[in-house]
Design a protein around this ligand. Structure first.
Ligand SMILES: *Cc1c(COP(=O)(O)O)cnc(C)c1O
Length: 489
């Protein structure tokens, strides 16, 4: 399987990259990304054959179809990390909430958010490639709260890899911050940045593109990679759970094999939805992918009008902060897949220069044949949390945004898979507020109050955070990031 560039080739970057090359150096010519040249095709026999497969067996079969240049024993080691999820025999439970709405719970890993689904195995794969090449890597991660903890957790004490992780100060929950600042390992550095997530992400993109920074790293013989969802090494693991969730619906006799479903995805950088898109192209019977957003509804506007408009929009802080994103990186891979490199390059250039682009009407039709979109205000999200809780199901505010898309975007009465991307423990103050009206609770108080009213216990990895020592104390302005990271190295 070869990877090609979303903005064409500049004569310097490899025009075709292997999977490992695309993982190690994810930024392609003209600031583009690597995308698969073609996708393996899964026919109905594949789905029938895997009806009885465990998650790991299905995952191995899908990865084999991609023919990636990773030794089988490394793939097995990577997939073995799913054994550390709550239920090793079923790391991704799919739960019926309404007759036609099933929730696929992607948060049963160590950091209680769906980022573990991809980052846990990705950590093994990247460290193994680095070791086999005798190379050292610096992973730069910008996080709005969930990538950071998951990246730190997966690379902690791994050979040949260091991680510098930046988060927006005040832009994460207590639990998310504690998950990062209590991580104590010599190869990890956590940096609080004064600003919002887009500032943090832009600072990271700036660093990745900076020649002087690269030059210094070159002298120290350290290469840079990224663990953000632009890295295809993450995307590949995000295709699998869409296939698994569908098979779960068949196993639970909610659908018969071949019946179409809606995938309903709470979206930010579009990694999760892109995994669904690839699964659909590979043969998963999907009617449409519903893109759920919060009030930062740039994706809703884009899918409805074909206009991606960053002009005079400000980032709004919402109760689903992992979706507080304006520049959604993986949209580029959709544009590339549908319209080719030349067009993608032109559109992305236009977005940089004019902060806006508009698709032609035929292009928009192609987008709308695959996607529909809606956004959910915080207050409505809280109402959904309360309503579903009263029916016996507890969910987080990101998951709640999907209920608006579920209500408004479906044109057919087909079963819908909502993806739950975080456990209630990560956003407990919002949930406590939704359930009882209590305001501004600290995480620890909200956790206890929800656990009490739901009759459940706080998972041990969450309660332990409040006892741990703070190991990472750096908080700086974005201008100081480069020096801080060089000092760490
Ligand atoms: C990262 C994240 C999202 C957004 O996922 P994308 O793949 O970036 O679209 C949604 N919810 C939660 C809880 C997340 O951590």
């Amino acid at each position: 399987m070869k990877f090609i560039e979303t903005r064409g080739n500049d004569g310097h970057h490899p025009e075709h990259a292997s999977f490992s090359e695309a993982i190690l150096a994810p930024i392609a010519s003209f600031g583009g990304l690597y995308s698969p040249e073609s996708l393996p095709r899964l026919d109905e026999d594949f789905f029938i054959d895997h009806l009885g497969s465990s998650y790991k067996t299905l995952a191995r079969a899908v990865l084999m179809k991609f023919e990636i240049d990773i030794p089988a024993e490394i793939i097995d080691q990577a997939l073995a990390l799913y054994d550390g999820f709550d239920d090793p025999s079923n790391p991704v439970p799919v739960v019926r909430v309404y007759d036609d709405l099933y929730v696929s719970e992607l948060y049963h890993g160590p950091t209680r958010a769906f980022k573990d689904m991809a980052l846990q195995p990705f950590g093994i794969v990247l460290s193994a490639i680095a070791q086999s090449r005798h190379e050292n890597y610096l992973i730069l991660a910008a996080t709005s709260g969930d990538t950071g903890p998951a990246a730190l957790e997966t690379f902690k004490n791994k050979a040949n890899v260091k991680v510098a992780c930046m988060y927006p100060v005040g832009g994460t929950s207590d639990v998310q911050r504690l998950q990062m600042v209590t991580e104590d390992a010599g190869n990890l550095k956590v940096i609080g940045v004064n600003g919002d997530f887009d500032d943090t992400q832009n600072a990271l993109k700036h660093l990745l593109a900076s020649d002087s920074f690269k030059e210094t790293l070159h002298q120290k013989d350290i290469r840079v990679s990224a663990a953000n969802s632009v890295n295809f090494g993450r995307i590949i693991f995000q295709i699998i759970y869409h296939l698994h969730s569908y098979l779960e619906l068949v196993r639970q006799q909610a659908i018969s094999m071949g019946e179409r479903v809606y995938l309903d995805v709470p979206s930010g950088n579009f990694g999760n939805a892109l995994g669904g898109y690839y699964a659909m192209k590979m043969g998963l019977p999907v009617e449409k992918i519903l893109i759920a957003s919060n009030r930062n509804n740039i994706l809703t506007q884009f899918i409805r009008t074909g206009i991606y408009n960053l002009r005079s929009v400000d980032l709004i802080q919402t109760t689903s902060p992992a979706m507080d994103i304006l520049k959604s990186s993986n949209i580029e891979r959709i544009l590339f897949d549908l319209f080719g490199a030349q067009r993608t390059k032109a559109l992305m250039r236009q977005l940089d220069a004019e902060k806006c682009y508009q698709l032609a009407s035929t292009e928009l039709e192609q987008i709308q044949a695959i996607f529909a979109a809606d956004f959910c205000q915080d207050e409505k999200g809280k109402a959904y949390i309360k309503e579903t809780f009263e029916r016996g199901y507890l969910m987080d505010p990101h998951t709640a945004t999907c209920f608006e898309a579920y209500r408004n975007c479906r044109e057919k009465p087909l079963k819908t898979i909502v993806y739950s991307t975080a456990e209630w423990t990560k956003f407990s103050p919002v949930i406590a507020n939704a359930l009882t009206g209590e305001e501004d609770a600290h995480d620890i108080d909200a956790l206890q109050s929800i656990a009490h009213s739901a009759g459940i216990s706080i998972p041990p990895m969450i309660s332990a955070l409040f006892e741990k020592e703070i190991a990472q104390k750096t908080v700086i302005d974005k201008e100081a990031i480069e020096d801080e990271i060089l000092a760490f190295l």
